[in-house]
Design a binder for this molecule. Structure first.
Ligand SMILES: Nc1ncnc2c1ncn2[C@@H]1O[C@H](COP(=O)(O)OP(=O)(O)OP(=O)(O)O)[C@@H](O)[C@H]1O
Ligand SMILES: N[C@@H](Cc1ccc(O)cc1)C(=O)O
Length: 594
């Protein structure tokens, strides 16, 4: 039998595989085995480390996550029970998330409260997800609002989303650098992701939502929410879309609970209602899911979802800092410079500076105590405020910007400056801060100054530029990259495109479950990729060179561009060539023999 099969095999024509390929195959097999073994080993070690840490916490040798969050002032309310969540976080490396709707081009200081709680969890070993509400932003959270939100043009919505996406990514990089600075060593088990709810809400069907979630949602509970009651009583009413907003937020949580093990949602205290609705929804779906492989028959305490709300950051008069209130302190350096952000925190009163140091920094508590003692000796030196301002700018804009803001500030307020000059400078800063506009498109500046000299990638003043429509419609990508200030010449643009070093944004979506990429298409040199096919809603083109260098190109008609007195690199040359071309065409039209 064996002999037969041996000869049968010999007789069967087999595809020829060369020795090199055979070697590669076996290397690939070995590598795969090595990776998966390595991964399993690390996962096992991480589990052991967590168990070991749990023992230390129970023995009182180490603080629990809950205690750290409480001590630093991050907890306003806990949904699901404080002690139960405390024990869960001791036993299990759960995942947590903070969701933000990109309804403005930038995050503001208020957002940092829930985000800092999440960052602390991350540097303590938990899995952390920042969720951008690309889909929920289109509806708009009605919580706490007495009127509906103004509708925002969809190009502006997309621009906001790309801006915030890049900003959140940068924040994560700065968080890691700050954690390192304050003595946290990055471990293999630290996991973070930036997701966008476009990925699942754009493909969610109504029957699916109704079957899985709608069946468990009680109308009474939805109607009794404060925002709904206020709107109905005040006569303004509420759209069905706004009424359904909490269902979309709840679906987000379910998706991330199921796919990524997210058991905790963190938000500002105004999010308490949405978070509770999310807990009910996740509990309903996990217990009643139609797929037995997903359904959780037993009520496992280690699988419960929980919520944390952080206190609201308010003005001294008690008003919430935020977009709707029109008093947001923006984190985007193009909307508020590092110097002004530094200034904002430098003006923190002595009464709240300690609280802010705990909330907005990774400075250990014992170090804050030392600083406060030193500060008390001579409050006029504002030692605590300087530390707060520097750490905050470092978090928002990075270490180099923080260093510059600090030295600029020291220079301005150095001994040579008189009291009168100082108060004039302060007034100037306060005035310009109050002028930071609140409109979602306020960041689009005529950043390439009227008749400005050539802008190079190195001195590009802004990630937001305005470009004339004909340049997009008739120009090729190298010219547009030059006009947008991403390269210093058209030929550099050509070289970059040939080397596939430039990208254009396609519909932002996520291909991988925990991936954090917007989708970008490499710009190539062939005709099918003509720039107008990438223009979003007729008025926005998003370009990227390298990892961080992006341009949001707002496209306006040529007449408007000229009327505003704007210019961009290569514009005069383009206009001259266009005029010459048109002239020749006119000539050709006149000459029937041409
Ligand atoms: N001033 C603040 N203090 C604490 N948390 C805040 C503050 N502002 C926003 N947040 C929190 O940040 C998260 C995202 O908020 P959101 O995007 O709705 O910002 P917002 O400025 O409150 O927007 P809007 O005013 O348009 O509702 C939520 O959890 C929200 O509670
Ligand atoms: N509703 C939140 C943002 C958010 C969006 C989606 C979520 O899944 C969670 C939170 C807010 O407006 O503040």
């Amino acid at each position: 039998m064996a002999a037969t099969s041996f000869f049968t095999r010999l007789a069967r024509p087999s595809p020829y595989v060369c020795k090199q390929c055979l070697r590669n195959r076996s290397i690939a097999r070995e590598t795969r085995r090595a990776i998966s073994n390595g991964w399993l080993q690390k996962t096992y070690e991480a589990e052991l480390a967590w168990k070991d840490q749990a023992l230390k916490i129970k023995a009182g040798e180490k603080q629990s996550m809950m205690t750290i969050l409480e001590e630093r002032g991050y907890i306003k309310d806990i949904a699901g029970g404080r002690d139960a969540l405390d024990s869960l976080m001791i036993e299990k490396r759960i995942g947590a998330y903070v969701g933000i709707d990109p309804t403005a081009p930038s995050l503001h200081v208020g957002h940092l409260l829930p985000l800092m709680a999440l960052y602390w969890m991350y540097v303590s070993g938990f899995h952390a997800v920042t969720l951008l509400g690309g889909a929920t932003a289109k509806v708009g959270d009605p919580t706490g609002r007495t009127t509906s939100r103004d509708s925002v043009h969809s190009a502006a919505q997309k621009a906001n989303m790309v801006s915030m996406h890049m900003q959140i990514k940068k924040l994560w990089v700065n968080v890691e650098a700050l954690a390192l600075k304050h003595g946290y060593k990055k471990e293999w088990a630290w996991k973070r992701a930036l997701l966008n709810n476009n990925a699942w809400l754009n493909t969610l069907t109504l029957p699916e939502l109704m079957r899985d979630l709608g069946s468990g949602v009680r109308l009474g509970a939805m109607l009794s929410r404060d925002t709904v009651k206020t709107r109905l009583q005040s006569g303004d009413g509420m759209s069905f879309a706004e009424f359904c907003y909490p269902l979309l937020q709840a679906w987000d949580w379910w998706m991330m609970y199921h796919r990524n093990g997210i058991q905790l949602q963190i938000g500002g205290s105004d999010q308490y209602g949405n978070i509770c609705a999310g807990i009910d929804a996740v509990n309903h779906i996990r217990k009643t899911h139609h797929d037995p492989a997903v359904r959780q028959e037993k009520d496992e305490p280690l699988m419960q979802p929980y919520g944390i709300t952080t206190p609201l950051l308010t003005t001294p008069s008690g008003e919430k800092f935020g977009k709707s209130a029109g008093n947001a302190v923006w984190l985007d350096p193009e909307m508020l410079s590092s110097f002004k952000l530094y200034q904002f925190f430098l003006r923190t009163s002595d009464e709240i500076v300690e609280r802010y140091l705990k909330l907005f920094t990774f400075v250990p508590l014992h170090h804050i105590d030392l600083v406060m003692n030193k500060h008390a000796l001579d409050p006029s030196k504002r030692i605590a405020q300087h530390l707060l301002a520097k750490e905050l700018v470092e978090l928002a804009h990075g270490a180099a910007a923080a260093g510059r803001a600090e030295s600029e500030n020291k220079e301005l307020f150095s001994k040579g400056t008189t009291q009168i000059e100082r108060s004039a400078i302060r007034q100037e800063i306060a005035k310009s801060m109050s002028e930071v506009k609140n409109s979602p498109r306020s960041d689009i500046s005529p950043s390439l100054n009227p008749k400005a000299p050539a802008v190079t990638a190195q001195n590009a003043p802004s990630k937001n530029v305005i470009l004339p429509r004909s340049l997009i419609n008739e120009g090729a990508f190298p010219r547009i990259l030059y006009a947008a200030g991403l390269v210093s010449s058209r030929s550099e643009g050509h070289r970059l495109v040939s080397n596939q070093g430039a990208y254009v944004a396609a519909e932002p979506a996520q291909s991988r479950e925990m991936g954090d990429q917007l989708s970008w298409t490499p710009i190539k040199n062939f005709h099918a990729q003509s720039p107008p096919t990438f223009v979003i809603d007729g008025s926005l083109l998003v370009l990227r060179v390298g990892k961080w260098n992006i341009r949001m190109c707002q496209i306006v008609d040529d007449e408007e561009f000229e009327a505003q007195g704007l210019s961009c690199p290569g514009w005069d040359e383009f206009k001259a060539q266009k005029a010459a071309r048109e002239e020749i065409e006119k000539e050709d039209g006149r000459n029937p023999f041409a």
